[in-house]
Design a protein around this ligand. Sequence first.
Ligand code: AMP
Ligand code: ZN
Length: 489
Amino acid sequence: MEQTLYIYNSITREKEKFSSIIPGHVGMYVCGPTVYSDVHLGNVRTFLTFDMVRRYLEFIGYKVRYVRNITDVGHLTGDSDDGEDKIAKKAKLENLEPMEVVQKYTNGFHDVMTIFNIGRPSIEPTATGHIIEQIEMIQDIISNGFAYVSNGSVYFDVRKFSEKFNYGKLSGRVIDDLLSNTRDLDGQDEKRDGLDFALWKKAEPQHLMRWNSPWGEGFPGWHIECSVMSTKYLGKEFDIHGGGMDLKFPHHECEIAQNVGATGHEPVRYWMHGNMLTVNGRKMAKSEGNGFTPEELITGNHKLLERGYTPMTVRFFFLMGHYASTLDFSNEALQAAERGYKRMTAAIQTLKQVTPSEKSDFDASKLREACYAAMNDDFNTPVLISELFEAVRVINSAKEGSIKLSAEQIEALTQIFQDFFYAVMGMKDEEGSGTSELTESLMQMIIGMRADAKANKDYATSDKLRDALAKIHVQIKDTKEGATWSYEG
Ligand code: AMP
Ligand code: ZN
């Protein structure tokens, strides 16, 4: 690979030079959705982050095997070992088969991914499709002495594990403290320690989703599916594991413990965590009541929304922030992103109309290097976007005639947008974005009317036209070669 990429690795807490296990190939696993309800915009942020990561890896020449699972069993309402299965609960509520719930929300999830131009993974395995493999891994963990059977359930023995390995390495939790704090369990509990987590849960008679196992009828714990499906498709050790920051603990910490418990191997080279979309500083979540669906976002039909926003406006908004920083939702921020997106797509169209000069005042190769540098620095999309805005300024100046661009430089600039705006950032043109041929002819018509008015000394009309255009952020400039226009968003 010609590019030297640095990735912030959550487990070492350092930006590290990326090198893949197999040269030219990357194995990447990302925790997918639990398909019991519509995804909200926070979920979209995380999946969009890893779509951008995948796009850049592919862009710089890696062949990426991208595995993103569907959680369709085992994720309980308590997000730990308590409560009902989220999917079974919904099935009862909606009077559906659990698998109908799974299909319904998987379809919905796919639709949303398509709307935001988030690519499909190479493999999309489901937890229910890998029950046998999960049982096998649990058996390995038991035979290695890191799990125990209790009343038809199987629990991971955190204390035993941490005698030999480091539980808490990823999340930075000091497990000794936690262990001593949770020592007093009442005798009723099946667990030896409060920190132990379920690998397999016995199904109570009323439980809907159940499978046979060596320990009786039951269902897998939430964490084991990711340990199993990542290593099944990517190998015992693989390159990148991603997910939202909120999954670091317990989910990812438990994944590491399970893999190490089963094979003695740390599974992941680079852990990447996308940060949260917040609303007034609080994580967007279904339970907070501050989450809206992409559909509500587009229609504007939600109390938090002043109006609707297009999917590409939202995509641009997300990429204007660095994936590892929190991003706060607001109407102002979305409107700024909308103006930025329109300004950029308008400039891409304008570039087609710039008349090439013999000489060039601008060298696009430096800009191209700067775009790579931004992305190589832990996928710094906000810096990439500011570099692309530099190109927008150059294009608008070239259109006004204040700087000159050669045909070669016009071509190089076009390629930069093709590569970084469309391929890497995954942006698309939307109807109304950029400048259509119709817009261009209408603008030429208005410019002509204004020139006629001026020629007839009808300044009232020419000023009226200019002011009306200014109201919709279109600036008219008079140059030697005649009037030009630009959309300032
Ligand atoms: P879930 O379906 O709840 O398991 O979540 C699916 C993914 O969305 C996980 O990777 C979460 O970390 C992520 N996620 C949930 N809420 C947010 C949020 N507010 N911002 C960003 N990502 C989120
Ligand atoms: Zn997972």
